[in-house]
Design a protein around this ligand. Structure first.
Ligand SMILES: Cc1ncc(COP(=O)(O)O)c(C=O)c1O
Length: 359
């Protein structure tokens, strides 16, 4: 049992949910929400802060400043509190109320940008605000999750090896894309691995990460209104785009089975289930990453009024839910041929052949 004296010293790194009983397709969901920051962003925040300390960029009198839709802000708030730095988070009106309150409870200052920028997102306006702050006072240190290599290196060093250790015969990895730190760290690691892994990025409709037209996005975490500077598409095998209504249906389906996950997990699971339904998945080992848990989304994706105001009265009726490809009783869609044999204690120790690999 671990005993810690700093909040970032603990992270549950080996917890997976087998989604086959819920969705009728074998998919192992890596849970990244079990740490004191409540999300995968703990890894990027720790890596970026400790690198800045080592390089002498961060000094005792420094004031950390960062643009974040929430989770990185919470992680930095926690680390700043623990290490004695001041922190100012620049977020926008899509940031969940509970996320903002969490940052403030941890002693951070939060500035909320309310006006959309020219791309129909908040990001440009948030970054302009951060730049203006840094120009105004030398004490501000912007780690810049959008460009900082520590963001992807955290996942190259931790997330990907954790998956590789548990699933030595991994075939497919589904990763949601925001700054693309998680995606690029995992993709770079598995490109060098002993066997080929198909890395599939999952993005939300309306995000321009992989091109396309910008559109309304109400769920924070995934998607960007600009191309992420960290992204190198040559490492990405495929991209799946998911509508927010599909995201919400996946979240609610998981919640009805007792697993309360955050919005981006619904996006990744929905995209992954669509991909798995369209491919021959016999003996395929597939993993997806769940970046956080659902409590921060109680007043949004788990709240009926919010859903009806944004997506209409009927979007989540029982009829609409029944239209989902994976909404049928999982027991009726389950087939032994689709389910790789899982040995107790080692989910990856299974004989298989990959049927769908891109040549
Ligand atoms: C809930 C959630 N999901 C997914 C992501 C995307 O991760 P990344 O920025 O590594 O692409 C984030 C990033 O903040 C997030 O908060």
């Amino acid at each position: 049992m671990p005993v810690i004296s700093a909040p970032h010293a603990f992270n549950e790194s080996q917890l997976y949910v087998d989604l086959e009983p819920i969705f009728g397709q074998s998919l192992y969901l890596k849970c990244e929400g079990f740490n004191f920051a409540g999300s995968i962003k703990l890894k990027a925040a720790t890596e970026m802060v400790e690198t800045a300390e080592r390089e002498g960029v961060l000094k005792p009198e420094s004031i950390l400043v960062e643009s974040s839709s929430g989770n990185l802000g919470v992680a930095l708030s926690m680390i700043a509190a623990s290490k004695g730095y001041r922190f100012l988070c620049v977020t926008d009106s899509r940031c969940n109320l509970s996320t903002r309150l969490l940052m403030e409870a941890l002693g951070s200052q939060v500035h909320v940008i309310a006006d959309l920028d020219a791309n129909g997102g908040f990001l440009g306006a948030r970054i302009d605000y951060v730049r203006a702050l840094c120009d105004s006072d030398d004490r501000y240190v912007w780690l810049s999750q959008y460009t900082n290599p520590g963001n992807w290196k955290a996942h190259y060093r931790k997330t990907a090896p954790e998956i590789a250790q548990r699933f030595p015969k991994l075939d497919v990895l589904f990763v949601g894309a925001g700054t693309t730190g998680t995606l690029m760290g995992c993709a770079r690691y598995f490109r060098q691995w002993h066997r080929p892994v198909r890395v599939i990025a999952v993005d939300s409709v309306g995000s321009v990460i992989f091109g396309g037209a910008p559109g309304r996005r109400m769920i924070p975490g995934l998607g960007m209104s600009m191309r992420p500077p960290l992204l190198d598409e040559s490492y990405v095998d495929e991209v799946i785009r998911v509508e927010e209504t599909e995201t919400i249906r996946a979240c609610h389906r998981l919640a009805r089975r007792g697993f309360l996950f955050g919005g981006s997990t619904g996006t990744v699971v929905s995209g992954a289930m669509r991909w798995l339904a369209e491919h021959d998945t016999r003996d395929l080992t597939a993993v997806a990453i769940a970046p956080d848990l659902g409590e921060r989304y109680l007043d949004t994706i788990y709240q009926t009024n919010w859903l009806q105001d944004l997506y209409g009265e009927d979007a989540f009726s029982s009829d609409a839910m029944a239209d989902d490809p994976w909404a049928a009783d999982p027991a009726s869609t389950r087939s032994p041929a689709r389910r790789p044999h899982l040995q107790t204690g080692d989910a990856g120790d299974q004989r298989h052949q990959h049927q769908n690999r891109k040549q």
